[in-house]
Each structure stands twice: as structure tokens, then as C-alpha cells.
Design a binder for this molecule. Structure first.
Ligand SMILES: Cc1cc2nc3c(=O)[nH]c(=O)nc-3n(C[C@H](O)[C@H](O)[C@H](O)COP(=O)(O)OP(=O)(O)OC[C@H]3O[C@@H](n4cnc5c(N)ncnc54)[C@H](O)[C@@H]3O)c2cc1C
Length: 392
């Protein structure tokens, strides 16, 4: 397999969100610069598209996104519910909160990308990705097969330790590694129980545990809703969505649909993007998941476009905008405050949505904030938990 001509121009390791959006960006963006026009792509992932698996991704958007075709719900107004039951309404103005059927999107994207004659799909796990003399070399199938490409993009999910140590490039990151655990159920109620125009984003009234826990409710119709319990802390056990479901449906009979759960590590350490002369980390591996909130869709979509542009304009993929250092510093303080106190954090999260302009809050949560957005958010937050986190 090795030789003068590489097997592909681009090897993408992992056909998840970042790998598929990058493959699609490379295959569809019109070339304008001197770089590789319409590259040959090798896409490696041991996991074929799962049939019928339910995964709902949600995100903020103020413009069209690559996942719009798979949108199952979209809300322009939200409500928050405090621990004591106080309800507040938040109008999102030009923004929307979208829910996307990621199970279907992944299957469709994989079929679309795989049908392109320039793409080779490899249903095998890649073990190593390294620079070689004239490109990159990926080892698959217990080192029996090697593949070469000019550029490699690695999205294999990192472990918490990988994130804390920058894949062994620095000492263990001191701020705590927290876990965002979530467990949700599609609820089919026998009568109308929800206003489909309004999603509930932060409901603190159904969780009394020692760690910060809340629920969100996404009604795609008056009778069909995703009720998700979320917890942020150090305990890896999944939270129980039943108290939140009971609050959402009251006495109305209901049937459970698909269940969804997961664990996202929240680690505020810089993620090295460049893993070799010709290897770029993408997706969660490349630090594209916002450490303090777990949101990633917009950042991953923007990164795919930036990588494709860089290849086209510069002939290499590394001209992507770096994350501002102050953003990581803020994420660290945020996670430290979250790790230290539950009681102070609930009012902090609630006051975000009532005390700062929606534009600033949503750009902050997505990781796209400008200095003036950060200033607005900092002014809206109660200072005590964050000052204590800084002092600690
Ligand atoms: C359950 C869950 C729900 C989430 N919900 C949201 C949400 O609502 N909104 C949001 O913004 N973010 C959400 N996130 C965070 C983030 O958007 C996702 O983690 C997103 O999938 C990250 O994209 P990725 O490409 O880095 O990783 P993935 O999408 O996980 O893709 C990685 C791919 O690598 C493949 N792979 C693994 N090992 C190998 C190997 N050895 N060789 C080749 N391929 C390999 C895997 O099979 C997988 O397909 C969620 C995360 C999880 C885990």
C-alpha cells in the first residue's frame, strides 16, 4: 500500500459529527484557491450507521446550519424553572434552539458521502496516525494494514486523561475533570401536556441531588416531548429522568419511546490541534466541544468550513482560527465554580438568561463570544461563586 502515490489526499479518522461534516465540506465546497481541488477522501470508522438509534443533538442557531435537514424541533422561546418552582420566560429574538435527529443525520450523511466516487469507506478501527516521509500513515486492523494520505484528520474520541494531559504533551491539567451525564426519554402523552412553541431549558425543580442537576423538555408537539435529565459533577451514574417526566405530564397517562443517554467529559485544558506535520485533530479530540457547556455543533460545523478553506487557500489545513486564551481561562473558572458549589451555581445559570442580552449569552454558551459579550455575561453573573473559585 505504501509508495509514491498515497492512497488518498485526505484520511478522516472517525465518521462521527466532525468527520462527516469535514468530509462533506471537502467534497462540496467550490475550490477557489491553489490548494487540493476536490480531494480523494478515505473515511475510516468501525461503526456503521446504526439503524434506528435515537440520538437528539440540540444547539443554538441564528443562521442556517448543515444539520437543518434533520431538524425535528425548533424553539424561539424558552422557559427556565428555579428550584422553588419560579418560572421565567426567555424570548430568543433572532436565535432558535434546535433539536436534530443525529441518528438519522449520521446515516444519511454517511450514505451521501459514501456514494461519492472520490470516497473510500473503511469499516475498521484505526490504531495509530503518524507522519510519514511523504504524508501520513494510518495503521488499521492490528497493524496488518497501513494506509497513506497527504493529510490526516483525527476525531477518535479522547479519554478524560487524554484531555487532561493534551495527549501526553503537558502535565495533568489542574482544574477538575467534570462529567456531564444525561439520560432522556421520548414521552408520548395521551393528551396535550406541552406548548410546542416553548422549550424548557433549565428546570431545577425536579432534582435534589448533591451535584448540579436539571432537566430540559423539548416538546416537538403538544403530546410528544423529549424529557432529559442532566447532571454535572464527578459521579458517572446516569441521572433519573422520571421526576422530570412526572412534572412534565402530571397525571396524564403516557408511553415511553426511545431512551437516550451519554456522558460528556468537561475538561478545560487546551487541546493540541496539530498532532503531526500533517495531522490535525478535529471534533472533541481537537477541543471543539465547549468545555464548560458541552455544546459543540456550531463549533464543529465552523471548523469543518475553516479546514476546507485553509486547504483550498493555503494548500494545508492548519490556518484555522485558534481559541482565544481568555476563553479557556473563563472555562476553567466556570468549571471550578461548578465543581465547588451546587447552591451558588443554580442562580448563576438562571441569572445568565435574565441578566444579559440573549445575543451575548448564546454566543458565550457556544464559545463564539466577543469581549463585549463576555463583559455582559460577567456583569449578569452573581460574583460570589466565581470569586471563591478564583480564590480557591
Ligand atoms: C450522547 C451525546 C450527546 C450529545 N449531545 C450534544 C448536543 O445536544 N449538542 C451539542 O452541541 N453537543 C452534544 N454532544 C457533544 C458533541 O456534539 C458530540 O460529542 C459530537 O459527536 C462530537 O463530534 P466528534 O466528531 O468529535 O465525535 P463523534 O461524533 O463521537 O465521532 C467520533 C467517531 O470516531 C469513531 N471511532 C472511534 N474509534 C475509532 C477508531 N479507532 N478508528 C476510527 N474511528 C473511530 C466513532 O465510531 C465515532 O463515529 C453530545 C455528546 C454525546 C456523547
Amino acid at each position: 500500500m505504501l509508495g509514491v502515490t498515497p492512497d488518498a489526499d485526505v484520511a478522516i479518522i472517525g465518521a462521527g459529527l466532525s468527520g462527516l461534516l469535514l468530509a462533506r465540506a471537502l467534497l462540496t465546497s467550490p475550490p477557489t484557491g491553489p490548494g487540493t481541488a476536490r480531494p480523494r477522501v478515505l473515511l475510516a470508522d468501525p461503526r456503521p450507521a446504526p439503524a434506528g438509534q435515537s440520538v437528539t443533538y440540540s444547539s443554538w442557531a441564528d443562521r442556517p446550519t448543515p444539520l437543518d435537514p434533520w431538524r425535528i424541533g425548533s424553539w424561539r422561546s424558552l422557559r427556565t424553572v428555579a428550584h422553588d418552582g419560579t418560572v421565567r420566560a426567555v424570548a430568543l429574538q433572532r436565535w432558535r434552539y434546535d433539536a436534530t435527529d443525529w441518528g438519522r443525520a449520521r446515516a444519511d450523511l454517511l450514505a451521501e458521502v459514501g456514494a461519492d466516487p472520490r470516497v473510500t469507506l473503511l469499516l475498521e478501527p484505526v490504531q495509530t496516525v503518524r507522519d510519514s516521509a511523504d504524508g501520513t500513515r494510518a495503521t488499521v486492523q492490528g497493524a496488518t494494514t497501513q494506509l497513506t494520505a497527504r493529510w490526516a484528520f483525527d476525531s477518535r474520541p479522547p479519554s478524560v486523561e487524554d484531555l487532561r494531559t493534551g495527549f501526553g504533551t503537558r502535565p495533568v491539567c489542574r482544574p477538575p475533570a467534570l462529567l456531564q451525564t444525561f439520560c432522556g426519554v421520548w414521552v408520548h402523552a395521551d393528551a396535550d401536556v406541552a406548548d410546542p412553541a416553548t422549550a424548557t431549558l433549565l428546570d431545577f425543580s425536579a432534582d435534589d441531588g448533591p451535584e448540579l442537576g436539571f432537566a430540559y423538555v423539548l416538546p416537538v408537539s403538544a403530546r410528544t416531548l423529549m424529557v432529559m435529565a442532566v447532571r454535572m459533577g464527578t459521579c458517572p451514574d446516569l441521572p433519573d429522568p422520571m421526576p422530570a417526566i412526572a412534572r412534565a405530564v402530571g397525571a396524564t397517562p403516557w408511553r415511553p419511546g426511545a431512551r437516550e443517554s451519554g456522558i460528556t467529559p468537561l475538561v478545560a485544558a487546551p487541546a493540541p490541534r496539530r498532532l503531526g506535520r500533517r495531522v490535525l485533530a478535529i471534533g472533541r479530540r481537537g477541543g471543539r466541544v465547549r468545555p464548560s457547556t458541552g455544546y459543540a455543533l456550531q463549533r464543529i460545523a465552523a471548523d469543518a468550513a475553516a479546514v476546507s478553506r485553509s486547504l483550498d487557500e493555503h494548500g494545508h489545513p492548519f490556518a484555522v482560527p485558534p481559541d482565544p486564551t481568555w476563553q479557556l481561562a473563563l472555562d476553567r473558572v466556570w468549571l471550578r465554580a461548578l465543581a465547588r458549589e451546587r447552591a451558588g451555581f443554580e442562580p448563576a445559570l438562571l441569572s445568565l438568561f435574565t441578566g444579559a442580552p440573549v445575543d451575548s449569552v448564546l454566543r458565550f454558551l457556544d464559545g463564539d463570544a466577543r469581549p463585549r459579550d463576555v463583559a455582559a455575561v460577567v456583569r449578569a453573573l452573581p460574583p460570589a461563586p466565581f470569586l471563591r473559585a478564583l480564590a480557591g
